[in-house]
Design a protein around this ligand. Sequence first.
Ligand SMILES: [Zn+2]
Length: 127
Amino acid sequence: MRVCIVCQKEVKGGARIREDPAIRLIRTVKRLLGIARNNELYVCAQDIPAHAQRRKNFEKNLIIASVIGALLVLVLIVLPLLAGRLDVIGLVSALFIGVLIVLAVVFFRYTPAIEQEGSEKKKKRRK
Ligand SMILES: [Zn+2]
């Protein structure tokens, strides 16, 4: 079934969601949790503007999360370093926290890209 990821309704036309590593990861997690529905993901024509806005917000959130994560890692590494007490466990947990912040945004706010007009396939078809 082709399902719109914005309104969750079945769609006939619309834009296809690009399969990327994050989509595959989310699918795998859902399959493990037993909540996968194996639908084909689309965005229906009337939801494309709303989706584009969401995608833009997601990209912004991801950048903010990366910056916060990086700063936090830096603080968690630099402060113990200044105190002369940086150990491997401190270093690893600082990196872990940074990665976790970025992953949390990806997992809860993930908005996949749609396949763009003028992609490889379309270019070939036009020729
Ligand atoms: Zn829709």
